[in-house]
Design a binder for this molecule. Structure first.
Ligand code: GAR
Length: 202
């Protein structure tokens, strides 16, 4: 049973998908803590409803990003976390923080990386006019939206898609592949070799 902590800034629908995957027995994980950097984030209420310890840590109450991250680290160490899951966490973690949890932080991004990094990936895809986009689960390294790719799902972009239409279709796939990626890690089937992920047994 892998111990995970989820960082989320907003709506928390990916967090919900992970909570549901744990309660259905699909995902052999214990969500020991949910942290948000935004007060009143829906993610925190979702954690509450599921009986999961959750915390708002206010970045503005620290002088420096390093102090905020020191607080995050203390929380993570306190619960003995094995995997940090970023689920709509809209804050860039420093290289030092990432170094502390090397290959133990994963993220989901709403595009087929390395395309459309950064904010509003779905809008970038619609504006560019790609025929396919999707989502990516990856290990977090010191870059932004970089790091070894664990799973991706492809979504067709229709010509009359609004950004919201595409985002909704991508989100459905996010909810499918994020619990699956965590399950693969929990089963110790995910190895990194030469910057690429190898999934053992499939
Ligand atoms: C998701 O679409 C996630 O891929 C995206 O934020 C949304 C969070 O939704 N993350 C990023 O853009 C990170 N760069 P949720 O709060 O409902 O899970």
């Amino acid at each position: 049973m892998i111990k995970i902590t989820v960082f989320a800034s907003g709506r928390g629908s990916n967090l919900q998908a992970i909570i549901d995957a744990v309660s259905s027995g699909y995902l052999p994980a214990e969500i020991c803590l949910v942290v948000s950097d935004r007060e009143g984030a829906e993610a925190l209420s979702r954690a509450d409803r599921a009986g999961i310890t959750n915390k708002f840590i206010d970045p503005k109450s620290f002088e420096e990003q390093a102090d905020f991250e020191a607080e995050l680290l203390a929380e993570l160490r306190g619960v003995g976390v094995e995997l940090v899951v970023l689920a709509g966490f809209m804050r860039i973690l420093s290289a030092d923080f990432v170094g502390e949890f090397s290959n133990k932080i994963i993220n989901i991004h709403p595009s087929l990386l390395p395309a459309f990094k950064g904010l509003e990936a779905q809008k970038q895809a619609v504006e560019y006019g790609v025929r396919y986009s999707g989502c990516t689960v990856h290990f977090v390294d010191r870059g932004i939206d970089t790091g070894p790719i664990i799973l991706q799902a492809v979504v067709e972009v229709k010509e009359d898609d609004s950004v919201e239409d595409l985002a909704a279709r991508i989100l459905e796939q996010e909810h499918r592949i994020y619990p699956r990626a965590i399950k693969l890690i929990a089963e110790d089937r995910v190895k990194i070799e030469g910057g690429r992920v190898i999934i053992e047994g499939g």
